[in-house]
Write a protein that binds this ligand. Structure first.
Ligand SMILES: [Ca+2]
Length: 194
């Protein structure tokens, strides 16, 4: 190898190590601040408790996985310590510009969600609440806008609708866990927005 080739190879190797993929993010939390999620798993994803909740980090978990341009399936499972209300929030990672510290949008598409153990509704986002131009059962935060409700079968994983979210504009649904120690499993599809 010539010196120049070595330098090129080294540069590529360093780039491969430092370049990082954007990530999807799903948050699952207990509404009651004293309840915990136990044994949270999501194969191939990074699972972490909410360290900012000092009294009870296990009330809230973040699940993050690298995005690609292809749809990927992910199953998230946990045991609800106590019966009660829980919430799932579909979001994107918190990515910041290293210099300006501004949040850089990482748009993520979600579709095709199903659940066992709890009554999640409209996981395919096909049922429309016309009064607010949003999928039934799902609620956006203040930065959510109707154009993020995608109505294009060429984009959706299944049916004709899906949602596009990012860190500052996300959608959530609350669900009720009917008994202590219930095992919950949620499967969903996600990809980087085109
Ligand atoms: Ca759909």
């Amino acid at each position: 190898m010539t010196k120049k080739t070595w330098v090129t190879a080294l540069t590529l190797a360093v780039f491969a190590v430092t370049a990082r993929a954007d990530k999807m993010r799903v948050d699952i939390s207990a509404i009651n601040t004293e309840h915990k999620l136990l044994d949270v798993k999501a194969e191939g994803a990074h699972v972490s408790a909410a360290t900012w909740i000092q009294d009870n980090p296990e009330q809230h978990y973040l699940i993050e996985k690298n995005l690609t341009g292809e749809w990927q399936e992910l199953t998230i499972s946990f045991t609800a310590e106590k019966s009660g209300k829980y919430a799932i929030r579909l979001i994107g990672e918190l990515k910041k510009d290293k210099t300006t510290k501004e949040v850089i949008p990482v748009d993520v598409l979600y579709d095709g969600m199903t659940a066992t153990g709890v009554p999640l509704i409209n996981g395919g986002f096909e049922d429309v609440d016309e009064s607010r131009s949003a999928p039934k059962g799902w609620w956006g935060n203040s930065d959510w806008t109707a154009e993020r409700y995608i109505t294009d079968e060429a984009v959706a994983r299944e049916g004709s609708r899906c949602i596009k979210v990012w860190h500052n504009a996300h959608m959530a649904q609350q669900f009720y866990v009917p008994k202590d120690g219930k095992n919950v499993s949620i499967t969903l599809w996600f990809r980087a927005a085109p």
